[in-house]
Design a protein. Structure first.
Length: 217
């Protein structure tokens, strides 16, 4: 009997570095988005969602949060905060849309684009460090047991930033369930979980319930 390729659970941590680059105005933010590294774009969007997943107010996108609190520009903050990182398969595409939104605001309000904020925005970046967690899961029961033990960092790694690795609008869990286990139903249900209306913990709990129901089918 052919063995099903297992699912390797992984944990991830990030080494954070504060760059010398900062922005005090919208024009400087626009220039900063051009000059920032991919690691910086990742840190302030994809990775910030892990750090802010539990917040009920404000934005998970740190650019939007600074525009609101540092520049008092709520409409622009809403536009930046409305960018859904799940729609992106590359940081270049995400950078382009963030820059376009800021550029449009600068062009519509040229005088305000050079007004300094209450505090500067400091561009940071991070380097990812990963490590495998235990043996691979090869059955639905083993997969569910692995999910039950997963940390928030692992959920974030497998469920959100997997899009950048897979270059698909899916996640590691759904990809394995569909391509290796043939469970398209479970894969689609998990991929529909909204990370913006859930915490990482509640998203994990939903996944566990979905897989447990699948075991009984």
């Amino acid at each position: 009997m052919e063995t099903v390729p297992g699912f390797q659970f992984v944990t991830a941590s990030y080494v954070i570095r504060i760059n010398n680059q900062e922005a005090n105005t919208l024009n400087e933010l626009r220039a900063g988005l051009d000059q920032a590294s991919d690691a910086s774009i990742f840190f302030h969007t994809f990775q910030s969602l892990e750090r802010r997943h539990f917040l009920t107010e404000g934005f998970s996108n740190e650019l939007a949060e600074w525009v609101l609190t540092g520049l008092n520009r709520p409409q622009l903050a809403e536009r930046l905060g409305g960018v859904d990182v799940r729609d992106y398969l590359s940081l270049a595409e995400l950078r382009g849309d963030l820059r376009r939104i800021v550029t449009e605001c600068c062009e519509e309000n040229p005088r305000e684009a050079d007004i300094s904020g209450f505090e500067p925005f400091h561009f940071c970046e991070c380097a990812e460090v990963t490590a495998p967690l235990g043996p691979e899961a090869r059955t639905l029961a083993e997969f569910r047991e692995g999910l039950e033990r997963l940390s928030r960092a692992s959920i974030h790694y497998h469920f959100l930033i997997s899009r950048l690795r897979l270059q698909l609008k899916t996640n590691d869990f759904s990809y394995w369930l569909e391509s290796m286990m043939g469970r398209v139903d479970l894969a689609r249900r998990i991929n529909r979980i909204d990370i913006y209306t859930n915490t990482l913990d509640s998203a994990r709990d939903q996944m566990v319930r979905i897989v447990r129901a699948g075991e009984r089918e």
